[in-house]
Design a protein around this ligand. Sequence first.
Ligand code: PAF
Length: 292
Amino acid sequence: MQIVKTAQALSQALASQNAIAFVPTMGNLHAGHIQLVELAKTKDACVVVSIFINPLQFGANEDLSNYPRTLDADLEKLKAAGVDIVFTPSEQEIYPDFDASTNNTHQSIKINLPSIANELCGAARPGHFSGMATVVLKLFNLVFFNGAKTKIAIFGKKDFQQLFIIRDMVKQFNLPIEIIASETKREADGLAMSSRNGYLTPAQKLEAPSLYRALGLLVDTVKKGNADFASLEAQTTQFLTQLGWIVDYISIRSAETLLPATSADLKLVVLGAARQGTTRLIDNIEFTLRSH
Ligand code: PAF
């Protein structure tokens, strides 16, 4: 496994590659990330993983400095998973005008996203998705603009809104990149794997799977024909609040447009974000209704 830190070294390492399967990450890797790598490895391509904690996608009230940095352990996991190249750029490498004393990227040109980026997770995290999309585009440029014909990028479905925005960006910017989505990897009790699970106390960890269970109950009710989505969202919010969650949102959306679901939609997704203490967890379930 080759570890490269600069764009130039990455370019050299990838020069002879005809096919690249890329998994962007912010490190602190868990089995969910390794599942993305395993999917990449089925693609008969050079498997590239980036580890970059992107300052541009953190809000002013979000603690970038406390984000877990576990590079040695991450590299061990990626080596064991059979990754070919790991790209671990510095902030300066990604943001040429980066100011380390203030963590300011000075990235004045950013991806301007549609209003959907200000809903759901975007409502609580202003600017997050623009910062995320901007760095993903930069990483795509650095990884894929080295002559490879086959360009594949892999993202997890747990971050459904992120995946939706990236797919839209790739389409609207005519990027010749295939985006592949990987199913959410779960613990045995249903909890979606996330770097944030590490922040949970033992008691919170026991409660955490109830978010997924509540979304599952919501899906069952919609599948039974209840289309009063606003009431169902409110009931699920109340149910979780009674269990001690601080609910950010529970929302039933079209899986195709991510707009609030209507009774005409058949491909749906329920999404939820809620806090156990200070730890904010997200989850979602995609499902299809038989025609009305
Ligand atoms: O999902 C993540 O870890 C990040 O948002 C990503 C896609 C690596 C961009 O920083």
